[in-house]
Design a protein around this ligand. Structure first.
Ligand SMILES: *[C@@H]1O[C@H](CO)[C@@H](O)[C@H](O)[C@H]1NC(C)=O
Ligand SMILES: *[C@@H]1O[C@H](CO)[C@@H](O)[C@H](O)[C@H]1NC(C)=O
Ligand SMILES: *[C@@H]1O[C@H](CO)[C@@H](O)[C@H](O)[C@H]1NC(C)=O
Length: 330
């Protein structure tokens, strides 16, 4: 009997051996080699070279070849396709509702990204508080400390975490080591949260108490632009916003207004609404810390993510459903 076919939509960078020896032992591996979206659709149709695939490995770097996994693409996938296993924690690039309507199950890589993303968030918290960007610019310009003002310690500052999942929890652990006070807001208290963290059921209350607010929630219809003028107005004057989640969660115009008015003293950002573009006004603000979506850009974490996706595909082949299924499909 022939092995089930798996299509790799994206580039495997680290886990070549695992792909060949592990997944390769139970599946026939096909690689995306259609140069355009139209040719991809053709290959997925009856008689095409992807007409029998049962699972897709998806990485966002396939966007250049096939575009986002929107309803049009989902509906062009072959009848045989049962699982889309996405490499990434955030899966806003996949229309999970269209997939569900077709009986296709989507999985993602929640746990694998937690530590690396939390490291990035912690760096942004520290660097915003201590104003290390301005200091580094000074150092490189040969100005040493000229013009630099003392900034702020993390010790005893309140970190408000919005979204206490895996990444939020990993950030809390790091921030607690810097003697920050941890408060968090979630739909429900996280039963695994350390008892020293305080759950706050009202987001407004959390915002009014926090010196630094970190966004650690997914982008979806409910959260899109959910952080805007109203929320900035509810924050302490001089507070800091850190965003390692998705740029689309924040109303960027309201963020820029809050920074310009001094309502926020700084922002530490890894994500932006129109990546890879970063708004010029933010680029000019040297009190802000800006990174180009570096959350999981490490060899170790990216390998972990690739291996986790292969594991999900393997489970899908063996049981009919992948592991790490997105919440909309549970
Ligand atoms: C798909 O399956 C059909 C029916 O078993 C077979 O004729 C065809 O050659 C397969 N196509 C590919 C690309 O594997
Ligand atoms: C932080 O709070 C603790 C406990 O209230 C206090 O002992 C300590 O002096 C504070 N540290 C700073 C830097 O304010
Ligand atoms: C996905 O890829 C697009 C196009 O390259 C890019 O603009 C976007 O930032 C990427 N999203 C994520 C979450 O990596």
């Amino acid at each position: 009997m022939s092995k089930p076919q798996v299509l790799i939509c994206g580039t495997i960078v680290h886990a070549h051996d695992e792909l060949k020896n592990d997944l390769g032992s139970i599946a026939e591996i096909l690689h995306l080699d259609t140069p355009s979206r139209a040719e991809f659709f053709q290959a997925c149709s009856s008689g095409g070279k992807y007409a029998n695939i049962t699972a897709i490995y998806r990485h966002n770097d396939s966007v250049d070849k096939v575009g986002f996994f929107d309803a049009e693409l989902i509906n062009a996938l072959p009848e045989s396709l049962k699982s889309i296993c996405h490499n990434g924690a955030g899966y806003d690039q996949i229309d999970v509702h269209a997939a569900k309507a077709r009986g296709i199950t989507v999985s993602h890589t929640p746990a694998a990204v937690d530590d690396a993303t939390a490291d990035t968030a912690m760096f942004l918290v520290l660097s915003s508080l201590r104003q290390y960007y301005r200091a580094e610019v000074n150092a490189r310009l040969g100005k040493f400390k000229a013009g630099l003002k003392p900034a702020h310690d993390p010790e005893n500052k309140t970190l408000g975490i919005i979204g206490m999942g895996g990444i939020g929890s990993a950030l809390a652990k790091r921030a607690a080591a810097f003697d920050m006070k941890i408060i968090y807001h979630n739909r429900n208290p996280n039963p695994n949260a350390d008892p020293s963290y305080t759950y706050i059921s009202s987001q407004q209350e959390l915002l009014s108490q926090s010196d630094v607010v970190s966004l650690n929630l997914p982008l979806n219809k409910d959260t899109e632009k959910s952080f805007g003028k109203t929320q900035f107005d509810q924050m302490k004057t001089g507070a800091i916003l850190v965003n390692t989640a998705r740029g689309g969660v924040v109303d960027e115009e309201a963020l820029i207004d809050a920074l310009n008015s001094g309502k926020l003293s700084s922002a530490g950002l890894d994500v932006y609404p129109a990546e890879p573009k970063i708004d010029e006004r933010l680029i000019k603000m040297d009190q802000c810390i800006l990174l180009p979506h570096m959350g999981t850009e490490t060899v170790e974490t990216q390998k972990k993510m690739e291996v986790q996706v292969f594991g999900s595909i393997k489970t899908a082949i063996q049981t009919g459903k992948p592991s790490f299924i997105v919440k909309e499909h549970k």
